[in-house]
Design a protein around this ligand. Structure first.
Ligand code: C2E
Ligand code: CA
Ligand code: CA
Length: 587
């Protein structure tokens, strides 16, 4: 305990007789003082701004954090009521509520937007308390305020990262889905047309594979900024993943607006890209789904935009397709083909054509690719691109495949008997055919029957087969090769086949897809890619065929790039076996 004491001596006739001590217990006082000192130190050292006002709300005291946050010193603000801190963002009724709460409950907590001495608006988390004495009269108000600026920026950063694609800065998929749901609510209320555009780059993968991820990243960044420059500020652009982008267009007057936007995107994206001294081409295929015609919810719209995008790819890439009529018409047409296909073989509706492949150095015929033709009395001439996928679905491909194989063997024999050199004949075999357990044995039997050696047959496999890069498929390819068949990889460089597979594939030939050959114009654009494919394939010991050569320029370029074989309209269209014999017989 602490005491305050006065001790007084008592003298009686000059003689000290007593002492009187007056003692005051001051323990409580000392403790209070200690607490006050502590409180003062907390008051001064805390990072929260503290404001104390009198009962009228006039400022009495502030701490140094207040000065740091707001920029005012005590003498500048003492005696003022707190309105000078108001930013004007929060209106009269806001402060009225605050005071009501404070008066009624003695405390108010919430976020304030206040103004500093410099005029900066800052967010603060505030706790305001009413201090009363023992009689219940208000003596003070205190406010403790936490500066939220830093917290809000780091929160904003975290939000940004969660909702944006870090490479391109575009909105990401989560952001897209939330935005679309919201946009659909608004479109519904305002009876407006909305479009979802699914954009897929046509040749991104091969650029990535041949030139590396850094260049691939650059391509994506440029594509993102081109999209931003092409579209309006109000259009929503997001990266869906990989080389896929999705755009939302709102408040359209008609579906034509979506078509115009899609066309603009296509035109802007097909301009060459200049990256690290490379001149690259990427085109885009776009699928469009419209609200409300094609769907009312986000999932349906995305799904339909996606399938419309596939239609755009199927119909030659570098274009756009609406989900609507075309796709449903397509489905009806597919059903007709499906029905007609089932009887086509036994009605002898198929014929075979053969397209010469020639040595680019000598321009002499070297081999030929067998290509099927179907003339249906019901549907007219249906191109193989249209019916082969359906034959794969309904299973007709198996029988059809044997027909193609047998006709090819017959043709090879006839051509050789006409004394025309033909190393082999290339036969397209669908990945579905490999599902047949006896395919190899049946092929061997058919070849044998026509006196054709397996090495005189080159099997062209589709990309799908490579994509389903399973051990089982690899084993199948090995077993065909073990029996002497040659294997060729068709349409190399388009969708799925990847340069990285090249090393492991049991193959003899790589066929560079026509789309690359198309781009050889005036020695620009995709030449680096073709050169890279040829160089790598050569290193790995493959024979290289370029297909779809239509011009002299293309032929010249491919010849000087060391491509082995050419195939295309320039040299010859697909023709009948008889025509080959007529055209290439010596003399
Ligand atoms: P593919 O195997 O890539 O065949 C090459 C296609 O390009 C052929 O079209 C051919 O006629 C065409 N072509 C060749 N040179 C040129 C050119 O210079 N310019 C242009 N514009 N085109 C050229 P086709 O015959 O319509 O065949 C299309 C696809 O159908 C083939 O693509 C192949 O995937 C499939 N197909 C064709 N015949 C068969 C077959 O007997 N069996 C299987 N499974 N699929 C086949
Ligand atoms: Ca082919
Ligand atoms: Ca091809």
């Amino acid at each position: 305990m602490y005491e305050k004491a006065s001790i007084v001596p008592v003298f009686l006739q000059g003689k000290l007789v007593n002492y009187i001590a007056l003692k005051l217990d001051i323990t409580e006082y000392i403790e209070k003082n200690k607490q006050l000192a502590q409180a003062a130190s907390v008051f001064e050292n805390t990072e929260e701004a503290i404001i104390i006002t009198d009962a009228q709300g006039k400022l009495i005291s502030i701490n140094s954090a207040f000065t740091t946050i707001y920029g005012y010193s005590l003498h500048e603000v003492k005696g003022k009521s707190l309105e000078f801190l108001h930013s004007g963002i929060q209106d009269k009724s806001f402060y009225k509520n605050l005071w009501n709460q404070l008066v009624e409950h003695g405390i108010w907590k919430g976020k304030l937007i206040n103004k500093t001495k410099d005029g900066e608006l800052i967010p603060l988390w505030s706790t305001i308390k009413k201090i009363t004495n023992s009689k219940g009269d208000v003596v003070n108000y205190t406010a403790v305020q936490t500066d939220l600026r830093e917290i809000e920026t780091s929160q904003a950063k975290a939000d940004y990262l969660a909702y944006h694609d870090s490479l391109t800065g575009l909105a990401n998929r989560i952001n897209f889905e939330e935005y679309l749901q919201h946009a659909l609510v608004i479109s519904k209320r305002e009876k407006a047309i909305l479009a979802v555009l699914f954009i897929d780059l046509d040749r991104f993968k091969v650029i990535n594979d041949t030139l590396g991820h850094d260049i691939g990243d650059e391509v994506l960044k440029i594509v993102a900024s081109r999209l931003q420059n092409t579209l309006r500020e109000s259009d929503f652009i997001s990266r869906w993943g990989g080389d896929e982008f999705v755009v939302i267009l709102e408040n359209l007057a008609s579906s034509d607006d979506a078509a115009v936007a899609a066309l603009k995107i296509i035109q802007n994206l097909q301009k060459p890209l200049y990256i690290n001294k490379h001149t690259l081409l990427t085109t885009a295929s776009i699928g469009i789904a419209l609200y409300p015609q094609n769907g009312e919810d986000s999932q349906t719209l995305i799904k339909h935009a996606d399938s419309a995008m596939y239609l755009a790819k199927e119909s030659g890439k570098n274009n756009f397709r609406f989900y609507t009529k075309e796709l449903s018409q397509n489905i009806r047409h597919k059903l007709n083909i499906d029905m007609a296909l089932r009887n086509a073989l036994k009605n002898n509706e198929f014929t075979m054509l053969f397209q010469p492949q020639y040595l680019l150095t000598t321009k002499k015929i070297y081999s030929a690719e067998a290509l099927i033709r179907w003339h249906s009395p019901l549907l007219g001439t249906v191109p193989p691109d249209k019916f082969i996928p359906i034959a794969e679905e309904n299973g007709v491909i198996t029988e059809l495949g044997y027909f193609v194989f047998e006709e090819s063997c017959k043709a090879l024999k006839q051509i050789q008997q006409a004394d025309i050199f033909m190393q082999h004949i290339a036969v397209n075999v669908s990945s579905l055919q490999f599902k047949e357990a006896n395919l190899l044995k049946n092929f061997l039997d058919i070849a044998n029957k026509h006196n054709v050696k397996p090495s005189e047959i080159e099997i062209e496999i589709t990309e799908r087969f490579i994509m389903e890069h399973t051990q089982a498929n690899m084993n199948i390819l090995h077993s065909f090769r073990d029996h002497g068949f040659k294997i060729s990889i068709d349409d190399f460089g388009t969708g799925y086949s990847s340069m990285s597979y090249l090393k492991q594939l049991p193959a003899d030939t790589i066929k560079i897809d026509k789309s690359f050959v198309d781009d050889i114009v005036q020695g620009s654009s995709d030449n680096v890619i073709i050169e890279a494919i040829i160089a790598l394939s050569k290193t790995l010991g493959y024979m290289i065929v370029a297909e779809g050569i239509e011009t002299q320029k293309q032929e010249e370029f491919l010849t000087q790039a060391n491509c082995d074989l050419g195939q295309g309209y320039l040299f010859s269209r697909p023709v009948t076996c008889k025509e080959i014999i007529e055209k290439f017989s010596k003399g």
